[in-house]
Ligand binder design. Structure first.
Ligand SMILES: *Cc1c(COP(=O)(O)O)cnc(C)c1O
Length: 414
């Protein structure tokens, strides 16, 4: 799928300032040697650490009540059971280990909701690296538990105050740091975004999800799924869940984006009340890659929105944009309310509290199960513990159906 120039059809590439090229070239070389060619047994060590430290393989579980509700077989790939509570560790561990093989001494990362920063901080503690995480000031205030987790694992958290103080600015700051400290520093990017080789490399680290799931479906269901559903922010759990099924013609792939509060945009204010870049975005360059993104007529990146901060990003991985153009993957979206309803439904019906990001995939299943075939696989990208406060707040505010009564906390949980 990936070619050596890092292009996926029209998308991808290396749109970076000159100062970053040495770092990119060094990383490209390391990616080819250690990841693609397993030099020095890199991939073997990666797999073993994923097992011993990460807890892989994660189960593929038959969802009994959902299967009954939708009158078809529903399976859940339980990435919420990976160490750290989300798929993020697959990539963070892979990249920090790669940095070790490259002889780097310092790790930097960006984080939005704090999930990737947390996974990176854990991987750095595990492999004995110094770790600095750039995080928008606004996100620091919204995601305090993850800030605590990073600090407790020994990472430094650098507040980013420019712009809106969110993920987009944090990525730009981290790239700046990388350009000035190329010699001893590796930048662990958090999704299948950024300049080549990041999109291909992050996909390779995450594809353990579909490698396992494909085998588990064969064994447990005796068949491959008719459709695979995964939520898409930057697209790393999506690409991880899709990768090994891409060549299976009978398996339909659905990337479920955040429809936010509306699919329409306010061009004048530069605001999109959604994060549906695959469904509604145009072509442009963001963070080193050509891809689909939310932009205004002047090419300025718009503010995005989602009730789930992990999906709140104006771009998407170039390979996913390519799979959509090739009609191999279908972009769909659900709105904030549907995601909140699905969050409560899955928690009550299956005893699995999903991340709000993940809940988007289950919301799509709820509304479209009749079109998804006899056997459906949903990637549970993460667990929802991190979201409890905001879910309770949002649920009350919006009067979400079927939500538990939380009035005993009225006046707020804080
Ligand atoms: C970060 C995150 C996402 C979104 O990121 P992708 O790169 O699109 O996978 C989805 N689910 C969870 C649980 C996350 O932490």
């Amino acid at each position: 799928m990936s070619t050596s120039d890092g292009k996926f059809g029209r998308y991808g590439g290396q749109y970076v300032p000159e100062a970053l090229m040495p770092a990119i070239e060094e990383l490209e070389d390391a990616y080819e040697r250690y990841v693609l060619n397993n030099e020095d047994g890199f991939m073997d060590e990666f797999r073993q650490r994923l097992r011993d430290f990460g807890g892989r393989p994660t189960p593929t579980q038959y969802a009994e009540r959902l299967s009954e509700r939708y009158d078809r077989d529903v399976y859940m790939k339980r990435e919420d059971l990976l160490h750290g509570g989300a798929h993020k560790l697959n990539n963070a561990l892979g990249q920090v280990l790669l940095a070790k093989y490259m002889g780097k001494e310092r790790i930097i990362a960006e984080t939005g909701a704090g999930q990737h920063g947390t996974a990176t901080a854990m991987a750095c503690a595990h492999l004995d690296f110094d770790c600095e995480v750039y995080m928008g000031e606004r996100d620091i205030n919204r995601q305090r538990p993850n800030v605590f987790r990073m600090k407790i694992n020994g990472a430094e958290v650098n507040p980013v105050t420019v712009g809106r103080g969110t993920l987009k600015e944090a990525i730009s700051e981290t790239m700046r740091d990388w350009a000035t400290n190329v010699e001893d520093t590796h930048y662990v990017i958090g999704s299948v975004v950024g300049p080549h080789p990041f999109p291909a490399m992050v996909r390779d680290f995450q594809s353990v999800i579909s490698e396992e799931a494909r085998e588990q479906m064969r064994e447990q269901a005796g068949t491959l799924p008719d459709s695979v559903l995964a939520c898409a922010g930057g697209g790393s759990n999506t690409m991880g869940a899709f990768a090994e099924f891409v060549d299976d013609d009978g398996v339909d792939l659905y990337a479920v984006e955040a429809g936010g509060s509306s699919l329409s945009v306010d061009e004048e204010k530069g605001v999109a009340p959604n994060s549906a870049s695959l469904s509604t975005g145009g072509e442009g360059v963001l963070h080193g890659a050509r891809t689909k993104l939310l932009q205004d007529y002047d090419g300025q990146i718009m503010e995005s929105h989602s009730v789930s901060s992990g999906l709140d990003y104006a771009g998407v991985g170039p390979e996913l944009a390519y799979l959509v153009d090739e009609n191999r993957a279908t972009p769909v979206n659900v709105d904030d309310d549907a995601a909140l309803e699905a969050f409560h439904r899955l928690s009550r019906m299956e005893g699995v509290i999903p991340a709000l990001e993940t809940a988007h995939a289950f919301a799509y299943l709820e509304n479209n199960h009749e079109d998804l075939g006899d056997t459906v696989l949903v990637n549970v990208s993460g667990r929802g513990d991190k979201d409890l406060e905001s879910v309770i707040e949002e649920t009350e505010k919006r009067g979400i159906e079927n939500a538990p009564d939380m009035s005993m906390f009225s006046g707020g949980l804080r």
